[in-house]
Design a protein around this ligand. Structure first.
Ligand SMILES: Nc1ncnc2c1ncn2[C@@H]1O[C@H](COP(=O)(O)OP(=O)(O)OP(=O)(O)O)[C@@H](O)[C@H]1O
Length: 235
């Protein structure tokens, strides 16, 4: 019995546009343990979004294997990949990507409707501290509140993994810290595996595992024996 949730084995991604080829990921190999909070750290252009798209089942690698709970998702057809995205992954994006014409509650509700194992919407809104804002539209909320709605939307469908792309990138420092605290709380209390992709180095201090990337390659992977409370980090 293994507690590995993701295993990437020599994953490659080559983009070809006409005669031009870009190797966005080379020989990417690592494992992620169930329940870990992982930070993938790298500068712009290092391949973070490419990696996120591949882990999240939005794109396929051009080489290597992506094993999720023992199954090679890189051999899935588009229908199986869609089910994988729906049921296994909750996405959190830098700019929230909420539906502007839906309230906070409705934004969460639509994600629960497409998954088979969803949680109670009001309990999740309560968990992210937005019980009183359920009937507000995105334009009536601050950036931090909108990101909480986005996190609630990702959590409510009860995925195994929360995949977060620069979740604090559009927020001021103290709001960003609060969002990290919420992600850490969801990781610790709900047992969700959380993967945060960022260029913001201090965020690595909150992780159980850090994966550093540069120019499409992993430059280091290490376990952090003493992950800190987001309150204590500064940038
Ligand atoms: N669809 C695509 N077609 C061609 N090249 C691409 C494509 N997507 C990404 N690339 C290239 O692959 C490399 C890695 O890009 P990627 O977006 O994964 O990096 P990143 O670390 O997420 O950067 P950023 O933080 O700026 O978003 C870059 O050189 C980029 O130009």
């Amino acid at each position: 019995m293994t507690n590995t949730i993701f295993k990437l084995d020599s994953v490659m991604k080559e983009y070809k546009t006409g005669d031009v080829s870009v190797m966005a990921l080379r020989n990417t190999t690592f494992e992620i343990k169930k329940g870990d909070l992982v930070v993938v750290l790298g500068p712009s252009g290092s391949g973070k979004s490419t990696l996120l798209n591949i882990i999240g089942g939005m794109d396929l690698p051009t080489g290597g294997k992506v094993i999720f709970e023992g199954e090679n998702i890189s051999s899935y057809d588009s229908k199986k990949l869609a089910l994988f995205r729906r049921n296994k992954i909750g996405f959190v994006f830098q700019f929230y990507n909420l539906m502007p014409n839906l309230t906070a509650r409705e934004n969460v509700e639509i994600s629960t409707e497409i998954s088979k194992n969803s949680l109670n919407i009001d309990e999740v809104l309560d968990k992210v501290g937005l019980k009183d804002r359920a009937s507000h539209f995105p334009a009536q909320m601050s950036g931090g509140e909108q990101q909480r709605v986005a996190i609630a939307r990702a959590v409510a469908k009860n995925p195994d993994i929360l995949l977060c792309d620069e979740p604090t990138g559009a927020l001021d420092y103290s709001t960003g810290i609060k969002v990290l605290e919420l992600l850490k709380d969801i990781n610790r209390t709900m047992g969700k595996t959380v993967i945060i992709i960022t260029h913001n180095q201090p965020i690595a201090q909150i992780a159980d595992k850090v994966i550093k990337m540069r120019s499409g390659e992993i430059t280091s992977i290490y376990d952090n024996p003493n992950p800190v409370d987001p309150q204590t980090i500064e940038w």
